[in-house]
Design a protein around this ligand. Structure first.
Ligand code: ZN
Length: 240
């Protein structure tokens, strides 16, 4: 390929404009899904709260079942003791049995209270559940629409990368392959910036000082000059 160093630098600067944008876009494309993950996590937290309330309500219902069985067995015990009363011969035994029945009745009324209380508890939890369901519904809608929005944004970025890739394919063949390979290696390792302009006397990539000797070499256009500190290829804007 018979082109001057100056022309090669020009082409590299041209392709760098595209590659810089491609690099930034790809970074954004990689980062955006993290935002979706974050929103998803927030939504899952809201949903977990609802699940917890539902579990609480269920636990109260399970406990109530036990109280109801307990109540039934106390009613049975009372019925049995009442039946026993007719068989009793002595006053002493009779009084003892009556006391026993009274004691079971007292227990029974405590169990009844627990059952009534469980109805209140479930009512209260259900109010919370209904409220939380509305919140979860809203959050889900928000999450899904935000997710869609971000996915659409990613699609736009990907389309743009494709366009830029197409443009870069037009320029790449004009660059000497070994030089292009060096440039592409730098692109990967130097945050998408392989060739940078010198501003005054400082490297546009790492902002370190570029020595006068290097500046002179750049202006001579006999070779591609690299920054002593960051190894990026250098050019002078007004010089091209
Ligand atoms: Zn540098």
């Amino acid at each position: 390929m018979e082109t001057s160093v100056k022309d090669q630098i020009k082409k590299l600067v041209e392709i760098q404009k595209l590659d810089g944008e491609i690099y930034d876009l790809n970074k954004e494309i990689k980062e955006k899904p993290l935002l979706i993950d974050e929103l998803k996590e927030q939504f899952e937290t809201t949903k977990a709260h609802l699940n917890q309330l539902e579990a609480e309500a269920k636990a109260v219902l399970v406990a109530r079942k036990d109280f109801e069985l307990e109540l039934q067995s106390k009613e049975d015990a009372i019925a049995k003791s009442n039946a026993d009363l007719s068989q009793i011969k002595t006053n002493k035994e009779y009084t003892a049995k009556v006391n026993e029945i009274e004691s079971i009745k007292a227990d029974k009324s405590q169990t009844e209270e627990k059952i009534l209380k469980s109805y209140d508890q479930v009512d209260k939890i259900n109010v919370d559940i209904d409220k939380e369901k509305v919140v979860v519904g809203e959050r889900e809608k928000e999450y899904l629409s935000k997710k869609k929005e971000i996915e659409d944004e990613i699609k736009v970025l990907q389309d743009r990368v494709q366009v830029l890739d197409g443009q870069r394919k037009q320029i790449a063949p004009d660059i000497d392959p070994p030089l292009l390979a060096q440039y592409e290696k730098l692109l990967q390792h130097k945050e998408g910036r392989a060739i940078v302009a010198v501003h005054g006397t400082s490297c546009g990539g790492c902002y370190m000082n570029v020595m006068q000797q290097s500046l002179n070499l750049i202006k001579m256009h006999t070779e591609v000059v690299r920054c002593d500190y960051c190894s990026r290829m250098l050019y002078i804007e007004d010089d091209l």
